[in-house]
Structures are given as structure tokens and as C-alpha cells.
Design a protein around this ligand. Sequence first.
Ligand SMILES: Nc1ncnc2c1ncn2[C@@H]1O[C@H](COP(=O)(O)OP(=O)(O)OP(=O)(O)O)[C@@H](O)[C@H]1O
Length: 333
Amino acid sequence: MSNMKLNELLEKYPYVKDIFDSYNLTLENLDITLDQFLESINEDELQEHGVTKNEILATINNLIEEIKEIEEEEAKFNVETLTILGGFDKSGQKEDVEITIKKGEIISVVGPTGSGKSRLLADIEWLAQGDTNTKRTILINGQKPSLDFRYSTDKKLVAQLSQNMNFVVDLTVREFITLHAESRMVLNTEKVVQLIYEKANELAGERFDFDVPITSLSGGQSRALMIADTAFLSKSPIVLIDEIENAGINRKKALEILVSNDKIVIMATHDPILALLADKRLVINNGKIAKIIETTKEEKEILPALEKIDQKLLSIRNKLRDGFVINEIYMEV
Ligand SMILES: Nc1ncnc2c1ncn2[C@@H]1O[C@H](COP(=O)(O)OP(=O)(O)OP(=O)(O)O)[C@@H](O)[C@H]1O
């Protein structure tokens, strides 16, 4: 380590810069080794900070060890595919499916109320191994996953945005996001915190302040916050979304920020727009995946028309909310 040039060291481990900054050490020439740099530091300068060269070196080594451990953990996190092996429907009939979802795909889950959409998401979240009421099995990269992921609170393979988000901790919005960003060791915490706050407000119907307690947020605002938080801070490669449409938030924007090339997004929905935004939809009936439909080109083409109808409905809803009487102008679709 001490033989590494500063520019290589900082490129590989940018956090090391924070250690130098904390001792007010200016890095002028990055083309020298860490050893040479430490040798060049004035002893008096170090005494001011009550630290020795060896202690600085040890701090750097510890930090790098921690980063390596995090990177090894993250490698276990790489999900190329997720496979659902069918179990049994509500009547005990075999669910004859095997579906493999690839990284970068968006899948919607549709079906009547009570048909088993949330159950499918729960099976995925639990990484079911024939041990839920559906008897489904979930494989990751074609294999049985480590079930440690079930109980891990910080290293979750699956991030779940469920229908009800109730906060119980006594933190402000700013404190909540900052705490999470710090635990994720993101660079530029302040910037990320600001970004999440802004995005959450874009998604939420009504704006909320940075310094309000999270317990005072409305259902829609809480979900908007969790969506933005998941989008920018969660490393989970699989994101499950359960009925985003009921929260009164901007659904399309929410999906835009959640979807990224290296994630699998699976959402249960009653909303035709969200359903058609997906690459494929799983149709659930009586507790089983009854059909797997690839979204057709024609279906994608009718999306703008559907969005127009949706906008119209939204504006009528807002007029009603604001106490207006609806007249013919608003009824023209
Ligand atoms: N294959 C199955 N075998 C046994 N029970 C099942 C199966 N699939 C779903 N269920 C059960 O059926 C009930 C309704 O399922 P679920 O809540 O998932 O429906 P849903 O489609 O999400 O409904 P909604 O649209 O109202 O949210 C749950 O109790 C669930 O555990």
C-alpha cells in the first residue's frame, strides 16, 4: 500500500482523500508514493493534530480493508437473472411455469383483486424455496440463493416498496435521508441527500419540507420519499413495487427513476399505463401465473393516448378536490 502512487491510490479508494483532509494535509504532487508523501510531511504539522505517520498509515489501511469487505459483499449482490419456478394455485393445481427475468427488465404483475399479485412479490422478497403457501421456488443466477439475504437488514437482495409505508422513527426528512446516505458510504452525502429530497418532492402530489418529522408525512409523501431513497441509495438489484398507483404520486416519473439497466423491477399494478410500460406482464389468476405476455409494439404505441386520458382524469380529480363543479369542458376527453 505504502508503495502505491497517490494518484492510483485515490483513484481506487477516493475516500482516502477524506483522511488527508481531516489532518489538513494538502496533496500537491500526486505522482509520488504514499510513503514518500508521508516522509515529506513536517513532524510539527502532525503534532498539531496529535497523530503520527504510522497512525495515518494504519487509518488508511483500515479504511481500505473495510472498503474491500464491502466490495466482496457487493459481488455477492450481482444478479443477472431471477427465475420463478411455479408451485400450486389456490385450488392446489400445479402452476406450470418457469420464467427467467433478466437484469434490466421491467415486469408488471396484473390480475383481479385477491388473485395473488402481492403474494408473488412476497415470494420473491422471501426468496421462497417451496416454503410459502404457493410452494414456489425462486432462483438467483440459476441457483438457490443464500438465505442469509432473508434476514439481512442492510444488505437486501430485494428492495420492497409495499402498499403501506409507516414510519415509526422520530427523525426529520433531512435526518432520515442523511443517516441512510451515510450508512451507504456514498460520496458527496449532502448532494445525494438534496437530490433525494428534490426527487421525492417531484413525485409527491404536495410538497413537503426538509425539516418536518417523517412521521408527519402523508401516505403519498412517504411513498415518494421511499421511492426516491430506494432509487438513489438502495444497492438492491431487485426492486419490487406493490401498487404504486394508489399513493397519488407521479407514477411514470417514479418508474423512470427506479428503473436502471442493472436492476430487475417487478411491479404489481391495476394501472394499464404502468402495465404497458413494462417489457412483459405476468397475468395472475386464482393464485397462479396464468399467462406471460410480452408487451407488443402496438401496445407501446397506444401508451401516449392512454397517458392523455389519464391526464384528463387527473385534472378532473384535481378540480373536484379543489371544490369545483365539473362542467362539460372537463368532461370532453
Ligand atoms: N397460490 C396460492 N395458494 C394459496 N394461497 C394463495 C396463492 N396465491 C395467493 N394466495 C393468497 O390469496 C390471498 C390474496 O392474495 P394477494 O393479496 O396476493 O392478492 P392481490 O392480487 O395482491 O390482491 P389486491 O389486488 O387486492 O392487492 C392472500 O391471502 C394470499 O396469500
